[in-house]
Write a protein that binds this ligand. Structure first.
Ligand code: SF4
Length: 452
């Protein structure tokens, strides 16, 4: 998006107004593939009956099914794989380009960028690719070997984002906890977080990293999070399972007991920390006993947030060849049971929050009704952990991007409701930028389109 706007093109979220339609895709699991294909077909209709002249498919689906898309979707004009992002301008303009650069793509601080999130928070990729061998996962095949961005490149981009009014930066990558290993840094993520926490900003800021690999969570990393106020007390650590035999077949190792000890150490080191995890239900060979082990683990761990994915049997994954496939109905039942255990944990934790005052980042009006606002505690990651609903406020009117105190007044299973208190920080009003949907649409000057 940054490269296109720099070239003078205009972005629009409305497919009926675009000259070029770009669908960015995912092919990690079946539902993501289906959503990607449905979106391509939906956009193809706009090209057939609307003003759009070109339809471009980008992302992981291209890496995985390049030949099939070319053969079965003649309405698609061009494809852009995950390592060809630098060709986006020429592809949108319909210019025949030379063979793609064989190097693995990694963006840096000088790469032009358009924030697709509200202006008060941003994601920042610090590494790309993954070298772990998890048997259910096809990501390393399409994203390539692990490589980190240069330390100063990350610091420089973060400094710029904060200076533009971003209040919260979320560091992402397939494997953030290995950050820096490829250029010999020990505890690279801890060093990076400490450096980001020290960036001077006029108002308080939050820095969070997502997707910790459990055996890469070092004591140094935990101490660093505990030490710096700007580092949010939040760990998102996908565990995938808690039964040792299943974890072994996943080629991840460890066990529920090891994870419980780690969780205990995290809580001891970082008081008030919120821990999120995700599990896969129905991995091949998961027996009733394995599943019971997982249920007991969820009950014992008392995690703050939990997501459950149904196992998706991807034909290029290592686990595709495993026997003992679990039927879809059993998977759905197991997923439901895990979520019902977690619902009780979440309800009890939420009830304990009533009456407390917490710091929140005000998000904006609720997407469901103008009568409510929403905000997030630092222990709620954007877009995945939900919001606190704000039904009353004291003092100044709320505005997106403010950090304010909030009193929690009501608790539901997953949601909290509260009253914003009079603001203690200088009012900084940051308008919510227009949200761009996953399929980003490019408006392009007609003169730049090829004759067809
Ligand atoms: S660590 Fe994550 S991205 Fe890497 S192989 Fe395992 S599940 Fe996939």
């Amino acid at each position: 998006m940054g490269q296109l706007t720099e070239r003078g093109h205009e972005l629009t979220p409305r497919p009926d107004q675009a000259d070029v339609l770009v669908v960015n895709t995912c092919s990690f699991i079946d539902p993501a593939k289906q959503e990607s294909i449905d979106t391509i077909l939906e956009m193809a209709e706009y090209k057939r009956v609307g003003r759009a002249k070109r339809l471009i498919v980008a992302g992981c689906l291209v890496e995985r099914y390049r030949g099939d898309i070319k053969k079965d979707m003649p309405e698609v004009d061009a494809l852009i794989g995950t390592n060809e992002i630098d060709r986006i301008v020429e592809v949108c303009e319909g210019i025949d380009s030379p063979a793609p650069n064989p190097d693995l793509y990694l963006y840096h601080d000088l790469t032009p960028r358009v924030l697709a999130t509200p202006r008060h928070f941003a994601y920042m990729k610090i590494a790309e690719g993954c070298d772990h061998p998890c048997t259910f996962c096809v990501i390393p095949q399409y994203r390539g070997k692990f490589r980190s961005r240069r330390f100063e490149s990350v610091v420089s981009e973060a400094t710029r984002l904060f200076s533009q009014g971003v209040r919260e930066i979320n560091l992402i990558g397939q494997d953030t906890t290995c950050y820096g290993e490829d250029f010999g840094l020990k505890d690279g993520l801890a060093q990076l977080l400490a450096r980001l926490a020290e960036i001077e900003t006029p108002q308080p800021k939050w820095v969070r990293f997502l997707y910790a690999y459990p055996n890469k969570v070092t004591q140094k990393l935990l101490d660093t999070i505990a030490e710096h106020a700007a580092l949010v007390k939040y760990i998102d650590m996908p565990l995938q399972h808690a039964s040792a035999p299943v974890l072994k077949r996943m080629k991840r190792g460890a066990s529920g007991d090891i994870f419980l000890r780690l969780i205990e150490r995290i809580r001891q080191t970082i008081p008030g920390v919120a821990i999120r995890t995700s599990f896969i239900a129905g991995f091949p060979g998961e027996t009733d006993v394995d599943f019971e082990t997982l249920c007991q683990f969820v009950d014992a761990a008392q995690l703050d947030r939990l997501g459950v994915f149904s196992y998706s049997d991807e034909d290029t994954s290592g686990s595709f060849a495993l026997d003992g496939k679990v039927d879809a109905r059993t998977i759905a039942n197991r997923k439901r049971k895990l979520m019902s255990i977690q619902r009780k944990i979440s309800r009890a934790k939420n009830k304990k929050m009533v009456g407390r005052e917490v710091s929140v980042l005000v998000e904006g009006t609720s997407p469901d009704t103008d009568l409510l606002w929403t905000g997030r505690m630092s222990t709620q990651a954007p877009e995945i952990d939900g919001n606190i609903l704000i039904n009353d406020f004291e003092g100044a009117d709320p505005a997106p991007g403010q950090m304010r105190q909030l009193r929690i007044t009501e608790a539901h299973d997953y949601d909290l409701i509260g009253t914003l208190l009079a603001s203690t920080e200088s009012e900084v009003r940051i308008p919510i930028s227009r949200m761009l949907p996953p399929s980003t649409l490019i408006k392009i000057a007609p003169s730049q389109l090829p004759a067809r």
